[in-house]
Design a protein around this ligand. Sequence first.
Ligand SMILES: [Zn+2]
Length: 239
Amino acid sequence: MTPCPMQDLPGCLGPGPAPCLGTVRQGHALCRTCWALVPQALQGVVYRAAGALRRGRRAVDHYRWVLCAAKVAVELARRPAASLLCLSCPQPWPWAVVKAGCRALPSCLPPLAPPGRVLWLALYAPGDVDAESLNWMRDEGLMPRMEPVHAVVGVAQLRGVVEGGAQHQDPWVRGAPWVWQLDGVVALPEPVPHQARDALWLPEPDLLDQIRRQWKAGRDLPPRLVTETMKVTFPWEDQ
Ligand SMILES: [Zn+2]
């Protein structure tokens, strides 16, 4: 038995579940109480990732990613007042959202919080590149840029997280299992430098404060014209 990793959380803000005092059983990542705070669809994703991990080592990055998301889901449940979530989007996705009008992020993650919870996303631009998406955007005639790096570049409202797959028509999504729908995107006038340790996290007060100040400054600027965007490719052959 080891202490649950969620015992390290900063103090609960406002009403919410009591702080975690649990221990983790062997072969598990969270205590029972924390696991029960993870939404069911996300639990399923974690189970499948753990199964893939047992079958072969190549799935380790995916497992780490979904486990990180599960911990953030617990943290959101334990901190009802938190509303801003930092999401690391490999290049060139930050560009796609902030400069090219992308409002639907393809993802393997279902919702992290029950419906009705208002969440905002701070888009973090890391140093790593999603080469497959980069090539695809270039093939579509776009000219993605990969800068800046290691900075929060924009903030968007998370309008919803819906199932993707073959039925989803947004051209940015391309059959991803889940779609994170964005709204009210604000490009930060000055990207906020940061060295992220995780791909998904709730910001510390200092980072939150800097992002909030830049968001307010960016929100008051006149809207910028989006000059590059994905052409909608309707699947005529299915008709
Ligand atoms: Zn716990």
